[in-house]
Design a protein around this ligand. Sequence first.
Ligand code: ATP
Length: 366
Amino acid sequence: MGDAKVLADHSAHAITLRGTSKTYGPVTALHPIDLTVDKGEFLTLLGPSGSGKTTLLNLIAGAIGPTTGTILLDERDITRMPPRERGIGMVFQNYALMPHMTVFENVAYPLRVRREHPKAIRAKVMESLDRVGLRGLEDRKPRQLSGGQQQRVGIARCIVYSPAIIMMDEPLGALDKNLREQMQGEIKRLHKELGTTIIYVTHDQEEALNMSDRICLLSGGQIVQLGSPDELYFQPRSRFVAEFIGESNLISGRVIGNDRMKIAEDRFILVPKAERIEKSEHLVMVRPEKVRISKLDENTAEGDNVLSGEVVSSSFIGGMTRVTINTENGLSITAKMVSARAHSRPEPASKVRLCWSPSDSVVLEN
Ligand SMILES: Nc1ncnc2c1ncn2[C@@H]1O[C@H](COP(=O)(O)OP(=O)(O)OP(=O)(O)O)[C@@H](O)[C@H]1O
């Protein structure tokens, strides 16, 4: 018995879901899913509105019970355990602070509920406020703080009792872009310092790419891909993933060899060699920043895919310039390049060549 407990404490998984689903009458909010979250991992639940992110978060937190399946915390079945006994910390988008209480009292609240000694409470609250950069503001009321500061209180109130798992539901959703980016950095730093498992919900793909160890991309109540930010960006499995994360060019054609795809009557492009690709109609994805634009008379690298076409539009968006080209064989391809000064940017109606390496083509699953 004792040994079993020691083993459980050393398990690598913080959370395990097995066949967990949620339906509301005829509505399936979450199809049965299997998911493990490793200890100390930063896992982001990403997906469009209605994809099931909040449902999944609420199932883990215990705010709702699953229709089927089990939920394990540290290998312990918590499927029917009340939320408070799970010891999972929550940070919400709307901060959920108590308006009549000071910052100190808001942060102290979870410790008072746990009946900790006042001395210990003071020390822990001050340490948490230090960690989130709020020392000195402990006597203010929430309404005397900016949005970013209020969310720091929300985070301090969560980390103050050292939960092993913290769930954050769109915590930066109410903040403007600059503050969001700053807070992303702060949450990442806290995660590193505390080594806590974080399950983070967002519908912002850049936030997910920037912060996560792994991203769990949801659509229609199902996991469509689970992997590192790199995998989701560079090796998307499906059209949905390719389009939801980053920008993409999609080229349809018929895979006919293990490294060739026919995109027009007399046109082929090279794709990475793969034994397993079914020889049939497929979509190939190429990221715009992998497409290079050159003048018609410039040499292109050997082995590259090369198409020629006419520039339709060119938009200067600061550091990058986005250029759309209609190719001779009827494709519309977008290239993103590091901006040059106006006189050397491709102009609409100019004829250009565009090329990319076959290894930057990703054949998507049908
Ligand atoms: N209590 C409920 N009763 C009926 N349907 C529900 C209920 N809660 C959620 N749903 C449905 O389940 C699906 C998933 O909802 P969920 O809130 O998990 O999505 P989400 O990805 O968190 O969306 P958002 O980003 O908009 O918060 C939606 O179609 C939603 O309408």
